[in-house]
Write a protein that binds this ligand. Structure first.
Ligand SMILES: [Zn+2]
Length: 69
């Protein structure tokens, strides 16, 4: 069963202790980013941030941002 998917906004992660984790689809490299250091508007949907980050391993722009749970 599929639930309605509502894209999270960047501000959803920008809470105390909130971390943004990005996964590389190519090499599965992942990194934790501090949302405070990123100059990204809070209303920006997370899915639109795909391609914004560069993998230091694969040099590919295939990083998929996710909320760190
Ligand atoms: Zn990679």
């Amino acid at each position: 069963m599929k639930t309605q998917y509502e894209p999270a906004a960047f501000s959803d992660m920008n809470e105390p202790g909130g971390r943004l984790v990005v996964y590389c689809k190519d090499c599965r490299h992942n990194a934790l980013l501090d949302p405070d250091t990123l100059k990204i508007p809070g209303e920006r949907p997370i899915p639109s941030m795909t391609g914004l980050f560069k993998c230091s391993n694969a040099k590919a722009k295939t990083l998929q941002p996710n909320r760190d749970m």
